[in-house]
Design a protein around this ligand. Structure first.
Ligand SMILES: Nc1ncnc2c1ncn2[C@@H]1O[C@H](COP(=O)(O)OP(=O)(O)O)[C@@H](O)[C@H]1O
Ligand SMILES: O=C(O)[C@@H](O)C(=O)COP(=O)(O)O
Length: 441
């Protein structure tokens, strides 16, 4: 059977974020870590497949090439609609990669028009007058201005996109979205007819995403965050409930979920404001080790053996999972970047987490709670995981996932958390869900 929705995501936490929302809207969803990992045949019950790329901050030409491969893999399963998932805070550099990848996907699909819909109101990401807000702050005044890899210094989605893409962007104003489905459909047609290439819908409430989802069920390419994925999936599953009532309520796609027992670890490579708060809170409750950056840079192999030994000594059936973190304040990150170079430092820390994750797996760790998108990509690659089933949400945008039987050897449970998602107790909350071993979540 053809996939109803195919998603290519520009980072790993983004991929699990949208996969979790598709599940919560009633879609059976699987996730793969590269286009090559998508099997030739998918189970007939699968509605949506998500491919997690790591293309957010790599050179644009490479991001485009990888994205087109992912598109081809999703098309080979007959995906009816494609979503290009990027960050709800529009994380990108001056060159891209949101613009170049969107343009390349439009070209490859023979399309000339799409939407830019990063909003996720449940997590405080809203769009008003085409400006992106993080809770009560414009994007460029939020913690995103200090992001180590993609600092965001403008909040206008029109300006951000036009600086990195080929066409013109127009805003679909709040009043139109608020007016409902017919108004949105008409405004999209008008925008397309005016020669605009990207429409930026104002989106303040989750219900706006449902209106937008309804309006977009025929648009071949949609770009944005997990929120628009949710809106689209809700529109599809609602329509299905009317036309195929015998299919029943599929909104329980993740209810049959159990955790395999095994040692756990928390790895945190994000330096976002929320992850700083989460690390701070968790350190008071569990064993925690701050990575020594000089040792990471001097001899990663030897230092990894040392950290591995520390982690395995802290793990125990009744203990909270030990935390290893590179998380630091914006001032500390800036100082370290000035000393070592931003890209070199990011790469070295990511490589370290990747190496550590592989070593921990080899020594029996079965549950990984990871903070940070790039970090999650590195950890997943280090674990050699190729496919995930997507389970219950720990917090909006962060589901538990587990490795796919038949694709990966041995079951691992993974919680890949975007830097800014979850509340202060996230690391503990994630473990509370798994405490009911063998139970359904
Ligand atoms: N102390 C640090 N100094 C500099 N860079 C760091 C530090 N800790 C982590 N990093 C790097 O910062 C980046 C954080 O990105 P990411 O993992 O995507 O987090 P987020 O989800 O917050 O964006 C990674 O490349 C990571 O290696
Ligand atoms: O859309 C979002 O905010 C997330 O899914 C996401 O992409 C987060 O990226 P990181 O903050 O780099 O984890």
């Amino acid at each position: 059977m053809a996939l109803r929705i195919g998603v290519l995501a520009d980072d790993f936490t983004g991929a699990t974020d949208i996969a979790g929302f598709l599940v919560s809207a009633g879609m059976t969803t699987v996730q793969f870590t590269s286009p090559e990992d998508l099997p030739e045949h998918l189970d007939d019950r699968v509605d949506a497949a998500v491919i997690s790329l790591k293309t957010r901050s790599i050179p644009s030409a490479e991001a485009v090439a990888q994205s087109l491969k992912a598109l081809a893999a999703l098309n080979s399963h007959g995906a009816e609609q494609i979503i290009f998932k990027y960050c709800s805070t529009f994380d990108s550099t001056a060159e891209g990669n949101i613009g170049p990848v969107t343009d390349a996907l439009l070209d490859a699909m023979g399309e000339e028009f799409t939407v830019l819909a990063p909003a996720l109101p449940v997590n405080g990401r809203t769009v008003y007058q085409g400006h992106l807000f993080v809770h009560d702050q414009p994007l460029d005044e939020s913690g995103m201005r200090d992001h180590p890899v993609t600092p965001m210094t403008d909040s206008s989605l029109v300006r951000l996109m036009q600086a990195q893409a080929r066409g013109r962007a127009v805003v679909l104003p709040y009043a139109t979205v608020e007016a409902g489905l017919e108004a949105v459909r008409q405004a999209l047609e008008d925008a397309r007819a005016s020669g605009a290439r990207y429409a930026v819908p104002d989106t303040v409430e989750m219900r706006h995403l449902e209106t937008l989802g309804e309006a977009l069920t025929q648009m071949p390419l949609i770009t944005g965050g997990s929120g628009i994925g949710y809106g689209l999936a809700r529109a599809v599953t609602r329509a299905r409930a009317v036309t195929e009532p015998e299919a029943g309520d599929s909104s329980s796609a993740a209810t049959d979920w159990s955790f395999a027992p095994g040692p756990a670890v928390v790895l945190s490579g994000s330096s976002s404001q929320m992850t700083n708060a989460q690390v701070h809170a968790y350190r008071t409750r569990a064993a925690a080790l701050a990575l020594d950056i000089d040792s990471v840079l001097a001899d990663a192999e030897a230092y990894c053996a040392e950290v591995l030994d520390w982690v395995t000594r802290q793990q125990g059936p009744d203990a909270l999972a030990p935390l290893v973190y590179a998380t630091a304040s914006p001032d500390e990150v800036r100082a370290a970047q000035q000393q070592h170079g931003a890209q070199e430092l990011s790469a070295a820390i990511e490589d370290f987490f990747s190496r550590l994750a592989g070593a921990l797996r080899a020594h029996g760790t079965r549950r990984f709670i990871v903070a940070g998108g790039e970090t999650s990509g590195a950890v997943t690659q280090g674990l050699g995981v190729r496919g995930f089933e997507v389970g219950p949400q720990i917090a909006p945008g962060v589901p538990w996932t587990r490795t796919l039987p038949g694709v990966d050897q041995g079951t691992l449970d993974l919680a890949l958390k975007s830097g800014n998602f979850g509340d202060e107790d996230f690391f503990s909350t994630a473990q509370q869900l798994t405490d009911r071993d063998g139970d359904t979540a």
